[in-house]
Write a protein that binds this ligand. Structure first.
Ligand code: NDP
Ligand code: 2IT
Length: 448
């Protein structure tokens, strides 16, 4: 196999970045062997090196007058097929390795969407939890005071990710507009009144559910009646649960970093409304769900266990929608042991490499994040189109386009996997299809 030693040597501490790179490099061996030009062009060496990394100080003042300093980042990874595009993550765990892995994944994901978007990612180690709206506003303003000079509607278009939702996008946009003296589509995930797209909030969760439905359809099955495990309780998890209910499936769990809720009767529309209010308006913890619905149980998170009991319930489908590496080898074995048929990844890289191998060995329908969760950035791309045209498409139009995009991504991954002798392996399919499109575009544009 192609060595990634040069990546390890150059940035020895970037564990998550190495993980993401290794997976792609493993998949694309047959492509490199077939195309000697790629090695001559040092395509691998070029694609793992971000075009630009911006790191900056973000000072802000809390409600008591105390000054704090966070670190801000933007990784402009690859612009071969369009302006850099990808979310911003605000979470205390954020560091260069995590953002480089996310930016790297984003490059291939965006290529799969068929829309003209390059890849980027950014964020900060700022923790929005427990902060007042005013503190979050001051932080966002300070963050944008530096970021604004590096982005633009044809340069780099950030959006949300963990810890960045409609509130943060609003504050960031306000500051960008003030500094740039321009009202443009420089961010996606905007509110509807000022340039947002219908279905953008729902897009990642809906898209991930559509992708699962496409995978099941290859076996003549549907989501109807399927018991589904969902992790997370943020944007992606909420709209995954919503679409699952709509399609007649039975979502039975959700989680946050404090633990998980298991509701064997399944979430209903009413229960989901409560969860949305709890997480979005009250910014509370999932634990409170069981006070409202005592038939459900709450299991506190216990990292010392070495596995997550959420993944040890009997279910047909799993939708990991919280964060990276939330399913390890043992969790994957538990899922398989309990008869899982489908894993559709709402989160980015939620399964460790050993976990992925378990899914592939058991030939379950496994949709990797860069394919399954591409619905979010796809509707971001549609938001950019609508902004450029200065008009808004109706809900049905956007949802129809999202469905078509997810269907096409599924088809492309499936056919590419077959073409390279790995039928049913969506990891191979997604990595190769995304890679070829990006590197051929890079070669067309010369050594830059
Ligand atoms: P949100 O901030 O809305 O929700 C994140 C959820 O995941 C929360 O329930 C949070 O719990 C939980 N979580 C976050 N970090 C951890 C952690 N270290 N351990 C345990 N739980 C954690 O984010 P999103 O729903 O937008 O994002 C979820 C995942 O989906 C991420 O991997 C993101 O990269 C991916 N994604 C998001 C897209 C989007 O459009 N938003 C598009 C494609 C992928 P808590 O509140 O306790 O932190
Ligand atoms: O990981 C992702 O694809 C996102 N967080 C969404 C990115 C975007 O630009 O909408």
């Amino acid at each position: 196999m192609e060595s990634i030693k040069f990546v390890l040597d150059r940035d020895p501490h970037e564990r998550e970045f190495h993980q993401a790179v290794s997976e792609v490099v493993e998949s694309i061996q047959p492509v490199l062997d077939k195309n000697p030009q790629y090695r001559r062009e040092a395509i691998l060496e070029r694609i793992v090196e971000p075009e630009r990394v911006i790191v900056f100080r973000v000072p802000w003042v809390d409600d008591q007058g105390q000054v704090h300093v966070n670190r801000g980042f933007r990784i402009q990874m690859n612009s071969a097929i369009g302006p850099y595009k990808g979310g911003l993550r605000f979470h205390p765990s954020v560091n260069l390795s995590i953002l480089k892995f996310l930016a790297f994944e984003q490059v291939f994901k965006n290529a799969l969407t068929s829309l003209p978007m390059g890849g980027g990612k950014g964020g900060s180690d700022f923790d929005p939890k427990g902060k007042s709206d005013n503190e979050v506003m001051r932080f966002c303003q300070s963050f944008m005071a530096e970021l604004f000079r590096h982005i633009g509607p044809d340069t780099d278009v950030p959006a949300g990710d963990i810890g960045v939702g409609a509130r943060e996008i609003g504050y960031l946009f306000g500051m960008y507009k003030k500094l740039a003296r321009e009202f443009t589509g420089v961010l996606t995930g905007k509110s509807l009144n000022w340039g947002g797209s219908l279905v953008r909030p729902e897009a990642t969760g809906y898209g991930c559910t559509y992708f699962a439905a496409e995978m099941l359809a290859t076996k003549g099955q549907s989501l109807e009646g399927k018991t589904c495990l969902v992790s997370g309780s943020g944007n992606v998890a909420q709209y995954t649960i919503e679409k699952l209910i709509e399609l007649g499936a039975k979502p039975v769990s959700c989680s946050d970093s404090s633990g998980y809720v298991y509701d064997p009767a399944g979430f209903t529309r009413e229960k989901l409304n409560f969860l949305m209010k709890l997480k979005n308006a009250m910014r509370g913890r999932v634990k409170l769900y069981v006070e409202q619905y005592p038939e459900a149980t709450f299991v506190p998170a216990d990292p010392a266990l070495g596995y997550n009991p959420l993944w040890n319930h009997k279910a047909d489908c799993a939708f990991p929608s919280a964060t990276q590496n939330e399913i390890n080898e043992r969790d994957a074995k538990n899922l398989v042991g309990n008869g899982i048929q489908v894993v559709s990844e709402g989160a980015n890289m939620p399964t460790t490499p050993d976990g992925v191998n378990i899914f592939l060995e058991h030939r379950i329908l496994y949709g990797p994040g860069k394919a399954a969760n591409a619905g979010g950035v796809s509707v971001s791309g549609l938001e950019m189109s609508q902004n450029s045209m200065r008009l808004n498409w109706p809900r049905e139009e956007v949802d129809k386009r999202l469905k078509t995009i997810m269907k096409n991504i599924h088809k492309m991954c499936k056919e590419t996997a077959e073409q390279y002798g790995a039928p049913g392996n969506y990891v191979t399919g997604a990595n190769i299809a995304g890679f070829v499109k990006v590197v051929d575009s890079m070669i067309d544009q010369g050594v830059v």
